[in-house]
Write a protein that binds this ligand. Sequence first.
Ligand SMILES: [Zn+2]
Length: 731
Amino acid sequence: MILAGLLYRCTSRKPGESAKSAEEIAQVQDQDKELRPISDSDKPAADYMPTSIDKIDEAYSAGKISPDQFARLEIAAVYSPDKLPADYRGAEEKIASPDYIYGFIHTTWPTFSQEAKDALLPFLLPPDDPQSYFYTEADSRSILEKLSSAAAAKAAPADTWIHITPWDGLRISYRKADETRDFQPAAWAADTAQIAISKYRALLGLAGGKVHIYLTDPAKVGANYGDAVMSTKEANLCDIRIKGGMDERLTRSTAAHEIFHAFQFFMGLDYSIPEVAWLSEATATWSEDFVHKKHQTEHDYDPAFMDHTVWDLLDRRNLHHYGSYLWFYFLTQKFGPEQVAWTLARSKGGDARKTLSEMQDFPENFKHFVYWNWNWPPFEVYKDEPNPPNFEEVHPARGSTKELVVKAPGTYGERVELATASSKYVYIRFPDRSPRRIEFDNSEFMPIKSLNQATRALQAFYKVGSTWYYEDWSSLEKRTFCRDIEEENVSVVVVVPSNSSLYLKTGGTIKLKADNKCHPGWRGAIHVRWRMDQNQNPQGTWRVSEQGGYTITEELEFNPANDSLDIKSTAFTAVYSSSEIIQGKATDCTPYEAHGANIRGAASYEYSADNTSDHRRPSRFYGTDVREPGKLGGTYSLQLSLPDPPVGAPPPLRGSSWTKKLVRNCTFLSDLPDFSANIDAVYPISDPTIYSVNPEDVVIDPKAKRIKGSAQFEIHSGVFGTVEWFFQKIE
Ligand SMILES: [Zn+2]
């Protein structure tokens, strides 16, 4: 039923109306900037140095330290790294908030020794408690020493605090003595808190608990922006500390981030599970955008992910879990923010990795994520409000990329190791005139019938002149380019292998053969592309997008008996995706609904010249007004459709349509959203007819060595595409 709207008719270009060529469209692009990640990657790829937190994490994972030793070492790493034992001193810590440690302490507290509890308690108490480490007059040194000794902290004198109480259960406090510094940040935090809590309640269908926010002495919190910790004094109260005196951008985004952690506590997320720790930071960083789009603080963490796409998606080294907000950003733009709520609700007492693996169509969606992450024009899919497109400067770089320069004939191979849920961007450059023919052999990386077929993917971006093209090579064993033909004269091919398995790593070799001569005969390609993006409502409550296209590369031979150019061999790749997201307002209980479709496929066929066989050649051009029988020339009808598979071959295109629905509890008074009302369905589809484009009439000059043209067409109402074709006779 979803596909019904996709059947389209083709409209020819009106006389005098010129089709906008791909070159014109591409000219707006900066010529070489997409190559910049390569020059960045010239810096050492091994730019990862374990931090103190990484070293303590590793010791704990290896069972070398107990949970309370782990908690005390991590707290020491945050507030006094210079006092850590030498074994745990690492590279400079960049951690923005030690939320994960507080989550861990909250969950594991009952198992701690009394001595550990005494040492940790000052870090859990709110900053207005004279026993708190964060209390300005408190004796920090003796409290820090107590992390490793039993020395008692001295009690501090009382102080005066100012409280703002926007509503019952939300309080923002700052020290009277720091009024000049913290009056304005407290007002920003109060405003953000009200926006954030309303949004989180609606998203999570959860009323939440009490939130107390303290603007805290910067000297106490060190390099961190803030943290969130469940109160030891009162049930269902989360104390949040935000570094005093920060600017509006950091104060507001820290408030949004920490209040999201408060809601994770209210949901009952178990932070002692490493995958949940990953999930908690990835989604809290995502929430900074969800609450305040304009501050763009989430982008501070882009390199933490984009420099390490070869790491497991759930890796937590070097702030990779903060950078992994991109996964939730992707899910939000593709399916709506309810996917974040769904992931949190299903993972709270369990395992985020398992939840991801249970997401419908995870392998296909991970492949799309890898495609979105490349993010160079014209393949930018991420949007960022309120000023799209401003998702700039976010690209795979450094360790995520690899460069291979090919200047001479020969056989080349690039071995790629892929961790679980990872990807790599291999830039293969052809800076010189040689070689002329390039044949990619994908059979080793993507063995068509291998067990890994479902989770391995191979995508490619390539540049000819100033135009970039995209193809999905996942089920294409061979792809050739003849650089004698202007339109196939690739200068760079970015091959992107990825692994969507969350449990098994993999690897393979990207192989290519370079020669100095193309095969003689007619050779060329047809490119068909269309795209539509509409945000029907400025509040982002209805988003419709659709994109698709295919590339056919083939060798043709003139058939005098039939006055046609017939297909000797063909290789094609096709992609299509659509989505429609319909959401109610954040404040009401209108159900959320999203649906769409994904179709992909590729194939290559060789046809027999024997017209009596089952594998006889189909025609690409049919003569319609023969002037000189037996010779090429005149008016021909150019067929723009994908070639039919030979008799008995399986349908080359496969895909699915999906529907997601979430009916929320209207009252927000229950403790948890009713996710049993979540409908998540995927239907397999294999109808390739959506790719048909009507034939075009083409006049071929008998002496011509080239056939070239382009046209625009309409897929269905309001959705336009372009078709380009070129064929050349190679001597
Ligand atoms: Zn955090």
